[in-house]
Write a protein that binds this ligand. Structure first.
Ligand code: DHB
Length: 389
């Protein structure tokens, strides 16, 4: 088949781009190797920046974020057995929304399908070809093992951290700036009421913990663990004891743990985000460690910028817009890479940390909470820099 924009990956980046293009009358085909049900159940982070919420709402991508999401005007930072509130509203006049990524996907899929969008589930992309021509192609196979080919004006790799499209842009699956961390998060979902009004980011002698939320009856919590940790090895009692020991002055409300997973920590930025008519967006272009929840927010920004360039291209205004995508997107990507790395480094303990490192880390946290400049930087980055470009 032939279309204007072939999008590999029905995650937040791919679906949002398809939605934005549709509003301008530009047709696209989105393929994903997962089923709709699998996509809608993928457990990911829960924090959406103020600017990304505005974009989702204003473009009709999600209205539920305002009604079913929860506005958070600050976070609690804990260290040295004490709690400090970072008041986003007071410091920068902005807030974030707690609204899990799979809810955004449910909204985007419903919107695309109601609008007659062409979303092909269980279609696996194998290769992106002819990126240097004006008719790039995606080849793959469907659920029945039948080969398919989509020829387009532009191909978008929105196919996540194990992107197939990346090879067409950087020459390999791994071509990029990369960093790994010697720890991971053990994540749980449990049936319990919230233990705190706001999210708690806790640096403790026993390692990091994050107390997040999902609803009045379901909570999401994470604790730092070894990357090789098998999530089924720990008993519920062990998980609760660890969480309780890392959070100061608060008795966490416990309940049935019904989901467990281990999240690896990686930082990655592909060497290039464009080659010819093939573009990388979202996790295909970059991965951040989870602390600070920048993943989906960066995807929204990539798509916002690339969408503008594509509009120019299809309006016959040339390629200047698409050719400036990489440079414009990287501006936010590297700031978010730094923020995610910084929050991660400041809050976790590493096996090799010396006594000096440990005290220096507490000094850093103290500098953030005791200085308006320090906490303002955290608030600015966490809530999301304005889309000034
Ligand atoms: C969540 C995840 C994060 O990485 C974070 O920084 C905050 C919240 C979450 O899943 O709720």
């Amino acid at each position: 088949v032939r279309t204007r924009v072939a999008i590999v990956g029905a995650g937040p980046a791919g679906l949002l781009l398809s939605h934005l293009l549709h509003r301008d009358g530009i047709e696209s085909i989105v393929i994903d190797n997962r089923s709709r049900e699998d996509i809608e159940k993928t457990v990911r982070a829960g924090i959406i920046e103020n600017v990304a919420v505005d974009l989702l709402v204003e473009t009709g991508a999600s209205d539920r974020v305002l009604t079913d999401g929860h506005r958070h005007e600050g976070i609690e930072l804990q260290f040295h057995g004490e709690s400090h509130r970072i008041d986003f509203q007071k410091l920068v006049g902005r807030a974030v929304y707690l609204y899990p990524q799979h809810e955004v996907l449910i909204d985007l899929l419903a919107r695309r399908i109601a609008d007659g969008g062409d979303i092909r589930f269980e279609h696996e992309a194998l290769e992106v070809l002819d990126g240097q021509t004006e008719a790039p192609r995606v080849v793959g196979k469907d659920a029945a093992g039948q080969p398919f080919e989509i020829v387009a004006d532009v191909v978008i790799g929105a196919d996540g951290s194990r992107s197939v499209a990346r090879t067409a842009v950087v020459g390999s699956m791994t071509g990029g700036y990369f960093r790994e961390y010697p720890f991971a998060w053990f994540g749980i979902l449990c049936e319990a009421p919230p233990s705190s009004e706001e999210l708690i980011y806790a640096n403790s002698e026993n390692g990091f913990a994050l107390i997040s939320q999902r609803s009045d009856t379901v909570q999401r919590m994470y604790l730092q663990c070894d990357p090789e940790q098998d999530p089924n090895e720990w008993s519920d009692a062990q998980i609760w004891d660890s969480l309780q020991s890392r959070v100061a002055g608060r008795d966490l409300k416990e309940g049935n743990i019904f989901q467990r997973d281990v999240l690896r920590f990686r930082s990655f930025v592909a060497h290039k985000l464009q080659k010819g008519r093939v573009f990388l967006v979202g996790d295909a272009a970059h991965t951040v460690p989870p602390t600070g929840a920048k993943g989906m927010n960066l995807a929204v920004n990539d798509v916002r910028i690339l969408h503008e360039g594509l509009l120019d291209l299809f309006a016959g205004k040339g390629t200047a817009g698409i050719d400036s995508y990489e440079e414009r997107a990287l501006h936010r990507i590297w700031r978010a890479q730094h923020f995610s790395w910084w929050m991660t480094s400041m809050l976790h303990s590493t096996p090799e940390a010396s006594d000096f490192d440990r005290r220096r880390q507490l000094g850093e946290l103290e500098s953030v909470v005791s200085s308006t400049a320090g906490s303002t930087y955290l608030a600015e980055a966490y809530t999301g820099w304005p889309y000034a470009d």
